[in-house]
Design a protein around this ligand. Structure first.
Ligand SMILES: Cc1cc2nc3c(=O)[nH]c(=O)nc-3n(C[C@H](O)[C@H](O)[C@H](O)COP(=O)(O)OP(=O)(O)OC[C@H]3O[C@@H](n4cnc5c(N)ncnc54)[C@H](O)[C@@H]3O)c2cc1C
Length: 294
């Protein structure tokens, strides 16, 4: 994985600039409440507050579930299509911690090689395929994995402008948050999982827990409210083997770009080959639109 100076936000800012240079009008912090249809065809969107924006082609980069069950009337969609959309697996269960560190973690014993050079910029503690499998099983049963698998990045090792002199800024993320547990328990489970993430790193770098000055922990419900993704699933639908390539996100959808509603297209991570910051679903979607409207 590459790291960008200025962080991922710099990519969004660059894209926004390019889009506006090409004559696009961008409205940030604007919520779409509805995809508008007339005679079964998409004709634009309605914003929160009631303003209507009409268009020849409407494109959504929300996940398919949020688009078709949240922004549209299910009765206007073919029953087999909406049934398939409701089967998309949104257990992309993820916890992320942002931490401010007094000092860098010092790895010990056979892991001390990680203290060299820029190795601490990007690490992962996944142990084994068996452990990942066990974590997923615990997650499916609504339990916090007993031994979490952790991605750990300290970008200030690569770019010292990201933290005050001598201090560091780090991100930890762990898979398999128990999203199937009752929603009322998620806050408590997030704290348990955060503590296990810190424990896990401290097992390999004993000074880690004590070096944390501040931390903020985000669970799927935060991502759901921040980004509108169903269940907080940043993958826009887990990729099971039967949902690869043209079967993403559901069988028969040919990559997910076209929809049963004429003039409505999809371009986000729910399309092939999402998820991730690859731009490929958007690129493929743009080609599908050009093919249809040209
Ligand atoms: C913590 C975290 C770390 C990640 N790390 C990586 C990584 O290291 N590498 C990588 O490749 N991928 C990573 N990902 C995954 C990656 O961010 C996603 O796959 C990617 O952002 C999906 O892009 P998208 O444009 O399809 O959808 P999104 O990024 O989900 O964009 C959807 C947009 O629609 C907006 N929106 C939602 N509802 C509405 C509405 N009703 N009206 C108007 N706007 C709305 C949202 O605010 C959002 O801006 C990470 C994700 C998370 C959450």
């Amino acid at each position: 994985m590459h790291k960008l100076k200025g962080g991922l936000g710099a990519v969004s800012e660059g894209l926004a600039e390019y889009f506006e240079e090409l004559g696009g009008e961008l409205r940030l912090h604007t919520t779409i409440e509805k995809v508008l249809t007339e005679n079964g065809k998409a004709v634009g969107v309605e914003l929160r507050g009631g303003e209507r924006v009409t268009s020849g082609v409407t494109v959504s980069n929300l996940d398919h579930t949020a688009t078709f069950t949240g922004l549209m009337d299910e009765a206007d969609l073919p029953a087999d299509f909406i049934y398939a959309i409701k089967q998309i697996d949104h257990r992309g269960a993820y916890v992320q911690m942002q931490v401010a560190l007094e000092e860098l973690p010092e790895f010990t014993e056979e892991w001390s090689f990680l203290n060299e050079g820029e190795m601490r910029g990007q690490m992962g503690i996944f142990n084994s395929a068996e452990l990942l499998e066990r974590s997923w099983d615990q997650c499916r049963r609504g339990k916090v994995p007993d031994d979490v698998c952790v991605g750990f990045q300290i970008p200030s090792v690569l770019d010292d402008s990201l933290a005050p002199p001598g201090k560091h800024a780090a991100t930890l993320f762990a898979y398999h948050f128990p999203v199937t547990a009752p929603r009322s328990e998620h806050g408590k489970l997030k704290d348990v999982m955060g503590d296990r993430i810190i424990d896990k790193v401290t097992r390999y770098a004993p000074n880690f827990r004590e070096s944390i000055l501040h931390h903020a922990t985000f669970a799927p419900y935060h991502y759901e409210s921040m980004f509108g993704c169903t269940n907080g699933d940043f993958t826009h639908g887990l990729i099971h083997p039967e949902h690869l390539i043209e079967f993403r996100p559901v069988m028969g959808s040919d990559g997910g770009y076209r929809t049963p509603v004429p003039n409505l297209y999809m371009c986000g991570s729910g399309c092939a080959p999402g998820p991730g910051v690859t731009f490929l679903p958007g690129y493929n979607s743009a080609h599908a639109i050009l093919e249809d409207v040209a």
